[in-house]
Each structure stands twice: as structure tokens, then as C-alpha cells.
Write a protein that binds this ligand. Sequence first.
Ligand SMILES: *Cc1c(COP(=O)(O)O)cnc(C)c1O
Length: 409
Amino acid sequence: MIVLGRKHISFSPPDISREEIDEVENVLKSGWITTGPKTKEFERKIAEYIGVSKAVCLNSATAAMELTLRILGIGPGDEVITSAYTYTASAAVIDHVGAKIVLVDTAPDSFEMDYSQLADSITEKTKAVIAVDLAGRICDHDAIYQVVESKKDLFKPNNEIQGLFNRVIVLTDSAHGFGARRKGLVSGQIADFTCFSFHAVKNLTTAEGGAVVWRNDLGLDDEELYRKFMLYSLHGQSKDALAKNQKGTWEYDIINIGYKCNMTDILASLGLVQLRRYDGFLERRRQIIGIYDEMLKPLIVQSFKHFGDDYASTGHLYLLRIPGIGEGERNEIIKEMAEDDIICNVHYKPLPMFTAYRNLGFDIRDYPNAFNMYKNEISLPLHTHLSDDDAVYVIQCLKKILERLTGIN
Ligand SMILES: *Cc1c(COP(=O)(O)O)cnc(C)c1O
């Protein structure tokens, strides 16, 4: 194998083609740039792609999760459980609505929550669990549903919609998981509510953006729920700006004190093109993962498994663990990779290690498994602009550095 020359390899740049640029230009020239026909079309296309009846587009996954909790009537006095091993957004939204954040450690040697600890963490105050589809692989919802069913007796519904579930409600932070599959289902068909992110570093991007969908077999009133999301995301206004803009229909009501997190048509138009290209993105990610996996196979490192008999992830992150090293050596490897102009990352520093979570009383010593996953983890560059040669180059540099620093070869 030839050693390639020096290259700059960024971590996760957006894949924007002429098509996206043209679509955005069309919207900019159309006379309507905020929520309107493009956003509605993007919502329909997302629902169609996932195979659910409705999708709601908002300005972030964070907003999608927060509004879901609000619409479920979750707030002060309630508890919501999520993983210690995730991005802050999964937990922050719990605090936003005034509920108590409960963090669960990962299972030993796993990036997923410890589901027996999840069971033990459910109390009479628990209203929801926010599961995380880390790296774009759908987490074990069979285990999660088994847990919430087994704890049904503890559940105390506070309102009609909670009564409909009559058990802890399952929300999934699938910020990484748009298009992921497991056991014949697509992310969005599995959890009660699933939230996606279209942030700039995600597989499908609108620069900033997100969406929420819900299962269609729960007896939820799709139209009513959609209307609620519209009200909550636009100041409780009975008509959106487009409807108010029609001839002679200026008048509107404010139904509730709502929030402001609607998606704009500029961004939806970007998303519509990304969605058309999306299966190609997933395929390209799969190919790069294939190159990484193949080249790393002879080493004693552990790569996250993106593909199995009954699941296919979105290939959002290439998570690598180097056995026998700690935080210091891991950081040194990332620094040396950066010196070779290859940008790596860490997913994730467990939440209890951050100031804000320490101030809430969390202590990383209570999350030993999450710490073990974090301390030797490196996320390699993974995106659709990488050529096969780029992927080979990344691993060649990594091997060279690993051999020098750790003796792994
Ligand atoms: C990116 C991300 C989010 C937040 O998405 P936004 O659209 O930026 O709100 C939430 N959870 C995880 C795991 C993420 O990676």
C-alpha cells in the first residue's frame, strides 16, 4: 500500500452541492423566506421517508425534545431519565421544562445506557426516558420498553396524554439516527417520540434544524398533536405568518403562551435537497466505515459496530477505543493526529464531568462505565467528502502514531 502525501482532513464538514445552493437561491427570490410551503413539503417528505403520518420541523433537535416534553405536560415535580453518555442537549431539555434530570451510567463496555440501572432509577415521579441513538445506531428499545412496562405500577399520569401511555414515555434523541434501521423498522417508528437534528455536523443538514415524529400505533391524534406543536413553536399564534399574509385575513388569536422555534423555508429548501441525496450519503458513509474497519482489523483496537444482521446505523460517527490507555494518552494521539492535519474528536465526555452537571450534584465517580468508555475513545473523521485515499491516509497516520505512543501495531 502506498503512503499518501500530506492532506488536510476535517472532521465533519457539510456536503453542500450546486443543487442546495440553487434551491436556497430560489427561496430567497420567491418572496417567502420563513415557515411556509417549503417547510410543509419538507415535513411531508420526512414523514414519508420514515413511514409515519406526520413530522414536525423546528429549528433544532433541542427544540423538538423540549416541546415534546412540554406537550406531554412534563415539568416541575417530575423526573426524566437519560444517559450520562450523550450531548448536553438530551439532558438540558429536562431542566428547561423544570423537571429533574436523572442520569444513568452506561452498561460495562457499552455506549448504551445500563438498562437494569434504568429500571432501578424509575420512581413514582418518572414521566419519561430519553434514549440516545449514539453514532446513528438505534439503541435497544426492546430492553427500554420491557423496563417501562415492568415499572407500569409506579406510573402516575398527570393529564390525558400521559394517561394514554399509562407508563413511562419513551423519547429518543436520534440526532445521529435519521434513516437508521433496526429489526425491519426505521428510527422514528420505534420510540414513542423520536427527535432528529439537522445541525451542520449531522448527516443531513439544514445548518440548524430538527424534527420530531411519533409512533402511529399509540392512539395519538396526529392532527391535534401536530396543531399543538405548531402552537407551541410559534407563540401560540392561531395562524402562522403565511396564513396571516393571505388577503384580508390579518386577524389571529394567541391561544397559549408559546415559544419560538419554527423552521424557515430557506433552511427547509436546503433540507429537501439533502433528503433527495440522502441515501447516497448513507452509502458513502458505509463505504468509508468499511475501509476503516478493514484496515483496523489487525490491530487490537475496538471499533463501534455500525452494521449487523438486524440493524444498519447511519454511520454518523466512527467511534474507536484504544485498549489500555487513559485520557492523557488519548488526548496526545488526538493532538498528534492534528499535527498531521487530521481532525479527530471525542464522543462524549460524560455529562457528570462538566461544570454545570457537577453543580447539579452529579459526580463522575458514580458513572465508572461511562468514564471507561470516554477515557480511551477517539472519533475519526467521517463524512461524505472523504475519498478512499483520504480514509486510507487517516488510518496510516493513526497506525504510525499508535505504534510510536502505545506500541500497538
Ligand atoms: C447534535 C445533537 C443534539 C442537538 O441537536 P440540535 O439540532 O443542535 O439541537 C442532541 N443530541 C445529540 C446526541 C446531538 O449530537
